[in-house]
Design a protein around this ligand. Structure first.
Ligand SMILES: *[C@@H]1O[C@H](CO)[C@@H](O)[C@H](O)[C@H]1NC(C)=O
Ligand SMILES: *[C@@H]1O[C@H](CO)[C@@H](O)[C@H](O)[C@H]1NC(C)=O
Ligand SMILES: *[C@@H]1O[C@H](CO)[C@@H](O)[C@H](O)[C@H]1NC(C)=O
Ligand SMILES: *[C@@H]1O[C@H](CO)[C@@H](O)[C@H](O)[C@H]1NC(C)=O
Length: 600
């Protein structure tokens, strides 16, 4: 994980854009930083490349990486497959090596589309004067852009400060709909900067409106490459078949364990566990901190942490991580809770909210402990299950308790800049919850003793992508009831296609702010490919009750892994489970613009 920045200036005027990024970039890449400038030979442009590196694997490789021909690479990514990277190698160096041998655009595209793993990059091809940049298929790494018309400068950056008033720079996320190229031989101060777009070749996935003119910064223009060059998509299209009555028959009244007796079902469950387990393996191994002889890692320091609610998505990640991390190393389970309001205020609404199974809203428990939010309770139960499954492992259940004052302070100081340019109430809730959770500062309770704890893990696994692919949200049920399998398929397809713009850039910016790296096993290319190939009714059965029907295939996988009660928990979105949404008692919708994110 790194913070990367590139400034293309077409006039001699000084741009100030770097000023809005430098501090934030440094937090993403605390290990080392460096800058390089490239100048056009016959064309008056200046290109500044700046990188802050977080060292994760292989030998420390400062960036920008400059090859023997003067090509310059900024790489904020991880190669988990596609290009061979041995443990002694650094993946950025490997990518640079592959790109060095490319002269034709088709070769550059071939290298990028071969990579399995998240990335955002900027690449300067010196001989031909080209500037390339873009994000991976799912947008798992952030990249923002803006064009400053006054000084004729285009900026690309992993993250940028939200500024207000006259300093407003209009940062936007670079759409993850393809890879972009600027022909620097043709740029002139008096003309708009023109990008050529090489789209991912899965049209259904990235709707055309996100590829075209509409979303480039003002002062720039874009055109599709007319020769039709594109990047082969890393995943197959979503299976759109709908069931015949026969397909559904056996599912109706059986329990998870009974379903697992079915050979066909079992095959599918095993198929999912195979790809998911491998996705977790590559994400928890080949870390510098996992090097056995590394003396900096003391006994109770974990290299890997999981954003942990005790729900099925995070339980499965924990169970699989246990298979691949040496048994003597701890695993941190990060569980965030926001302080419940005073019982007095709560009792007004508690009649409406209270459900028999939702113990956390019981006013008496609230009195006793304002941090006993739903995710805390399921989290505690989850750790017990994991301890049962893997009793030899040290599971650090990190209770992260956040008060309203601390939330307000850190939102103003940090999170509002990281969420930016996204700006809704939901972005605020999730952004803050994920920021506090991934910071990993809390306490651990053992034998009734509480000790303060700070997670040392540099890798953070998150469960994002499971609900979008396996129909975990209640809106999936609504859609299914209204328009059947057809409607559900359309909904799932739409959600996966917009995950890059709705979630991924934001979550990357928020987690990386702690000098840690977010990794997303459910969005591993092989996992998505496998799930896409299955017909929808095998992944979810929304005729079944909540807690069973959604993510049915994942629940079966959880049973197969030996998990118990957690396999049957209904979905609870993080903003509700952590109770952050309760803190702000405004009558606002998740999609409203969030005024709390505006800075002074
Ligand atoms: C498309 O890419 C090809 C190969 O790089 C290039 O020759 C051609 O000029 C490009 N087309 C446009 C419209 O930019
Ligand atoms: C592991 O750490 C030791 C000591 O720091 C070092 O000599 C060795 O090269 C490292 N091995 C790998 C694979 O990074
Ligand atoms: C955090 O919240 C838990 C309840 O989930 C509570 O038991 C614990 O005492 C709290 N810790 C601190 C340091 O406030
Ligand atoms: C979609 O699922 C159906 C039913 O299992 C299967 O017959 C078909 O081959 C699948 N289609 C694709 C493209 O994988």
């Amino acid at each position: 994980m790194c913070g990367i920045f590139c400034l293309l200036s077409l006039s001699s005027a000084q741009s100030e854009q770097h000023k809005f990024t430098a501090d934030l970039l440094k937090r993403r890449g605390p290990t080392c930083c460096q800058e390089i400038t490239a100048n056009g030979r016959n064309v008056p442009y200046t290109c500044l490349f700046s990188a802050h590196v977080l060292h994760m694997r292989g030998p420390l490789t400062p960036q920008p990486v400059v090859d023997g021909d003067g090509n310059i690479l900024l790489w904020n990514g991880e190669v988990f497959g596609g290009l061979p990277v041995v443990p002694e190698q650094n993946d950025c160096a490997v990518v640079s090596e592959h790109l060095s041998s490319c002269s034709e655009p088709s070769q550059v595209l071939a290298v990028l589309s071969a990579v399995r793993g998240p990335w955002a990059f900027v690449y300067y091809q010196k001989a031909a004067d080209y500037l390339w940049f873009g994000r991976d298929f799912f947008g798992r790494r952030s990249l923002l852009w803006t064009f400053d018309a006054e000084v004729k400068a285009l900026s690309l950056t992993s993250v940028a400060t939200r500024s207000s008033g006259s300093e407003c720079h209009n940062w936007q996320e670079v759409p993850a709909s393809g890879v972009y190229r600027i022909d620097l031989k043709t740029v002139r101060e008096c003309r708009p900067v023109s990008f050529e777009i090489y789209p991912w070749a899965n049209d259904a996935f990235h709707p055309s409106e996100t590829v075209g003119e509409a979303c480039v910064p003002s002062g720039c223009s874009a055109q599709m490459n007319l020769s039709g060059l594109s990047l082969p998509s890393p995943v197959c299209p979503l299976n759109t078949s709908t069931p015949t009555p026969l397909d559904e028959e056996d599912v109706l009244t059986l329990s998870l364990d009974e379903l697992l007796v079915n050979k066909h079902k079992l095959e599918m469950v095993n198929g999912l566990l195979d790809v998911l387990s491998e996705a977790v393996r590559v994400r928890v191994q080949s870390l510098p901190l996992l090097n056995q002889s590394n003396p900096s890692l003391t006994e109770n320091q974990a290299a890997v942490a999981i954003l942990f609610s005790g729900g099925i998505d995070s339980m499965i990640l924990a169970a699989l991580a246990d298979h691949h991390i040496p048994a003597h190393q701890p695993i941190d389970l990060l569980n965030v809770a926001f302080k419940l309001q005073e019982p007095k205020k709560l009792s007004e609404t508690s009649k409406k909210v209270k459900k028999p199974k939702d113990r956390a809203t019981d006013p008496q428990r609230v009195c006793a402990d304002p941090f006993n939010v739903p995710d805390r309770i399921t989290g505690r139960n989850g750790v017990k299950e994991l301890q049962g499954l893997a009793p030899g492992r040290r599971w650090n259940f990190v209770e992260i308790n956040i008060t309203q004052e601390e939330l307000q302070k850190m939102r103003q100081e940090r999170v509002c800049h990281l969420v930016h340019p996204l700006d809704t109430v939901l972005d605020d809730s999730i952004g803050c919850a994920v920021w506090f959770a991934s910071r990993g500062v809390g306490c651990i309770t053992e034998d009734h003793n509480q000790t303060p704890f700070i997670s040392s893990a540099k890798v953070i696994l998150t469960g994002i992508g499971a609900d979008e692919q396996l129909a975990g949200y209640s809106r999936h049920r609504v859609r299914f009831q209204a328009s059947g399998h057809q409607g559900l398929i359309q909904e799932l397809s739409m959600e996966l296609s917009r995950i890059s713009s709705r979630n991924m850039g934001r979550d990357d910016r928020v987690i990386a702010d702690h000098g840690k790296e977010a990794r997303f096993p459910y969005l591993d290319e092989e996992v998505v490919n496998y799930l896409n190939s299955l017909p929808v009714w095998e992944k979810a059965d929304l005729t079944q009750p909540r807690g069973v029907g959604e993510k049915l295939l994942l629940r079966l996988a959880a049973r197969k892994l030996g998990l118990g009660q957690s396999a049957l928990l209904p979905k609870r979105a993080m903003q509700f489970g952590s109770r952050i949404a309760k803190m702000e008692n405004h009558h606002e919708k998740a999609s409203d613009k969030c005024t709390r994110l505006l800075t002074g």
